[in-house]
Design a protein around this ligand. Sequence first.
Ligand code: KG4
Ligand code: ZN
Length: 403
Amino acid sequence: MPRGVILGIESSCDETAAAVVVRGSETLSSVVASQIAIHSPYGGVVPELASREHLRAIVPVVRAALAEAGLGIADVDAVAVTEGPGLAGALMVGLSYAKALAFAAGKPLIAVNHLEGHIHAVLLGMREAFAAEAEVKAGVAPLRESRGRPVLPALALVVSGGHTHLYLARQHGTSWSYTNVGRTVDDAAGEAFDKAAKLLGLGYPGGPWIDGLAGHGDPDAVPFTFSQVKAKAHRPGQRAALPRFLFSFSGIKTAVLRYVELHGMRAGIEARRRALLLMDNPKPEDAVGLCDLQTLDLIASFQRAVVGDLLRKTFRAAEELGAASILVSGGVAANRELRARFAAEAERQGVPIAFPTMALSTDNAAMIAAAAWPKFLTREFAAWDVTPDAGLRLGEDRIAATE
Ligand code: KG4
Ligand code: ZN
């Protein structure tokens, strides 16, 4: 059997990334070139700029990942690349490059769903932790338990700037299957963090800023409420629906805006925005002194509410679906309050829970290479005419099937 060295390439949004991972369980290198500084002045990702920056970065980033792993392209057994979902132009850069590289080097190409990648960011860490169980570590035996407790099926919350999805993840031999059991009906949770931060004159992306400032305010100061989003009842003749869990994060953004207007906070926000613009590479800590108590309370209450909503629905879904464990991944999984509260609730309920490392929470290519390993084992290779799919879904979609 080949050694299972996979070169992963990721370019779905605003990070150009490449990584070398062996058998979905050992990371030899993981290089991420962030475009934050490019998009920061616009307060969001500008698709045309993202594509151009990917074009600039892709060759040096892939070279750096191979060099850090001490390998050449000839040593790689397959090239894995993000096929979607994401920005079409951004995906095109990574996919075209990966195709050309794999074709020229005579290596198979593996197309990976970005969302599956996020789930495998957690599994990669779990496999690394299973050092004693060589076969599990190598990804060739099922991932059954964590500290003696079963982990499958797992409920995976993928919560990022573009997605808030719940999947029931199962393993069949070495292959994985996913059933989509929850999603947002409007904004993603990370988008709510980004929009709230922008509204309050903070930096981009907003998540780390809110995370950094929330600890300085009172999370109970502003009562935010989440309305329950009702899933449509399934019609006669349709397949019986699994329970479905719907999120909605556009309301809280409007509530923050209303709070700002009602409490005359505009001038303070403008002053903060200008002060941060004058700083060279400002960090969330730099903004503490620029926020009055009312702002800090608003930030803390916002984060408390968003994390609370994610937590309640995720744990309810895990219970109703009989999940043996919970996996949390995506950029918002880097949030400290989210990690602490999810870990505490899991402990209280006796449910195993796992997060990716901080570096693997946000977009990276190690997760793409890790997700490709089961596909490598079953020789699920992409055709040379594969094209990016900006709206690619993951797994069986129980939600769409019943709406
Ligand atoms: O997974 P990711 O890098 O890209 C997407 O696939 O969207 O996630 C980026 C998102 C952004 O919305 C960012 O604000 C959010 O993750 N994020 C956070 C934190 N770090 C990143 N949100 C809350 N707290 C954080 N510490
Ligand atoms: Zn992502």
